[in-house]
Design a protein around this ligand. Structure first.
Ligand SMILES: [Zn+2]
Length: 106
């Protein structure tokens, strides 16, 4: 909800050019800057996650994927991360995964 409110405020700011608050949110954009996911990758690897969450293949180069894409939920929480091979991560891109994967995640 906070991200939604923030994005709405950013949108409305474009149409409000009055006073000292002009473009103030764009100056605070660091609020939603993406952080390194290496810490989450190490936690998942330490807990036995060594295959791609989507295709189940063992992978040499593994990516940390936001199960619910970053653009939907700009918050890094462990439950929203899975390890994915580059192929699956790239093909999923910025979309929600199929519902079956949600059941697996739960
Ligand atoms: Zn995969």
């Amino acid at each position: 909800m906070n991200v939604t409110n923030y994005q709405l405020a950013v949108f409305l700011e474009k149409y409000n050019s009055q006073g000292a608050t002009e473009r103030i949110l764009s100056k605070l954009e660091f609020v939603s800057v993406r952080q390194s996911l290496e810490e989450f990758k190490q936690i998942l690897l330490a807990h036995g996650h060594s295959t791609c969450f989507y295709c189940l293949k063992p992978v040499k180069q593994i990516h940390v994927d936001h199960f619910i894409p970053w653009s939907y939920m700009q918050n890094d929480v462990l439950w929203n991360f899975v390890l994915a091979c580059p192929t699956c991560n790239t093909s999923k891109n910025n979309r929600l995964a199929k519902i079956d994967y949600l059941y697996t995640l739960v």
